[in-house]
Design a protein around this ligand. Structure first.
Ligand code: NI
Length: 180
């Protein structure tokens, strides 16, 4: 499954879940936080809640669990929920980490210089860059980035759209701070 299809599948799955009960304590729960209370950082203790699922959706979910090698449903659900929030972080322009991969032909006129120039424009966002000479023509560049989602996306777009870049991807991830 590619990233987008997976995100869609996750969204559909989460929409299909009916959460029966979540322990809520008034001291820590603002109304808008009720549905994510079990992820709250100040409550590392695991909370148990029950989920009602249509039979067909449960079968699909169990197939997903098996194909992704999860040992149990709880771990799979935790990961799906986290993934859905990582996606939200990117949409909400929070601090994120990401990996940009570029494959390009270094014979393309001035491409190497442009790739370097763009990265210097965004040097505050770049954690590290690794360059691999794959064969006579092709280079692979892997760039680890950190910063506001919108700026990291902008950096990736500028690199990927350069003429001569044959393949480019931005894999998004969280800084992890909101995923405890
Ligand atoms: Ni190279």
């Amino acid at each position: 499954m590619n990233g987008e299809a997976e995100s869609d599948a996750i969204s559909l799955f989460l929409q299909g879940i009916r959460i029966n009960s979540i322990p809520v304590t008034p001291a820590t729960a603002a109304p808008k936080d009720r549905n994510v209370l079990f992820l709250h950082r100040s409550q590392p203790m695991l909370r148990r809640f029950s989920i009602s699922l249509e039979d067909t959706l449960l079968k699909t979910f169990d197939a997903y669990i098996a194909s992704h090698k999860y040992s149990n449903r709880s771990e799979a659900i935790r990961d799906l929920i986290r993934k859905s929030f990582v996606k939200k972080e990117w949409e909400a322009d929070k601090m994120v980490m990401g990996v940009i991969t570029l494959v390009y032909d270094h014979h393309q006129h001035q491409l190497q210089e442009k790739v370097t120039e763009v990265q210097h424009d965004y040097h505050h966002h770049i954690v590290s860059t690794t360059h691999v000479h794959m064969d006579h023509n092709n280079c692979l560049e892997v760039i680890i980035v950190r910063g506001k989602a919108i700026e990291v996306q902008e950096l990736a777009d500028r690199l990927i759209s350069l003429r001569g870049v044959r393949d480019g991807n931005l894999a998004m991830s969280s800084t992890g701070k909101s995923l405890h």
